[in-house]
Design a protein around this ligand. Structure first.
Ligand code: DC
Length: 219
């Protein structure tokens, strides 16, 4: 029997990570945090002294990646047995991930691994190219968007809550530049699949977005 896959794509700050996890929980499905795989690949490469621009060497590290997702909601991330859940969330880890994610060889190396997450009863797949490349046959595809201003404000709040210094205008400008880069890159650019349902979460609560997604799934 084919495993059901719900593909959720969108830019960072759109709230898709939160929504994907809540949906996986509610549906009792598995969860693929594909961004974590790019973050782990970058970390594994750095630990081996591999330059992030060395596409072939990073792709080899991606193929050999010893990564596990554990815990009730598969949110605990292990690299070679070591808990790196927090380490891969730093700004530096995100920047490193975006460098390795731009190499076609690295994306190819992670493709089959991502598809293996599709296990019964179903999978919520969170990323940038879930609906376009990794699971093109997913029956329901959501593209979650939000304005740069709203995403910037969310990021600003997160940083402030962590007690970190933050400049809202700078954050919004950075988000605009990252959007530009992600949407214009030649491999797997960030864009909604033709058959994706686009939700703009700017003026919506988490519950409202959840309800829209579930309605799309006929649930
Ligand atoms: O979603 P995230 O911030 O954890 O993603 C980390 C980086 O990986 C980010 O630069 C986008 C990239 N990425 C990607 O290119 N394709 C995916 N399916 C997921 C993430």
């Amino acid at each position: 029997m084919a495993v059901q896959v719900l593909a959720i794509d969108g830019p960072s700050g759109s709230g898709k990570g939160t929504i994907a996890r809540l949906l996986a929980k509610r549906l009792g499905w598995h969860m693929l945090d594909s961004g974590a795989l790019y973050r782990l690949t970058a970390l594994a490469a750095q630990r081996r002294g591999i330059g992030l621009d060395d596409a072939d060497a990073v792709a080899k590290a991606a193929l050999a990646l010893d990564a596990r997702f554990e815990g009730e909601d598969e949110a605990r991330v292990l690299l070679e047995g070591e808990d790196v859940t927090l380490a891969i969330r730093s700004e530096a880890a995100g920047a490193a991930a975006s460098i390795v994610a731009a190499h076609p060889a690295v994306r190819d190396a992670l493709l089959e691994r991502q598809r293996r997450f599709a296990q019964p009863p179903g999978l919520v797949a969170d990323g940038r190219d879930m609906g376009t490349v990794v699971f093109p046959d997913a029956p329901v595809k959501i593209y979650l968007d939000a304005s740069a201003e709203v995403r910037g404000e969310r990021r600003y709040k997160q940083l402030k809550e962590k007690g970190l210094d933050a400049n809202l205008d700078q954050i919004i400008e950075d988000i605009r530049q990252r959007d530009q880069r992600d949407m214009q890159r030649p491999v797997a650019p960030l864009k909604p699949a033709d058959d994706a349902y686009v939700i703009d979460s700017s003026g919506l609560t988490v519950e409202q977005v959840l309800a829209e997604c579930l309605a799309r799934m006929g649930k």
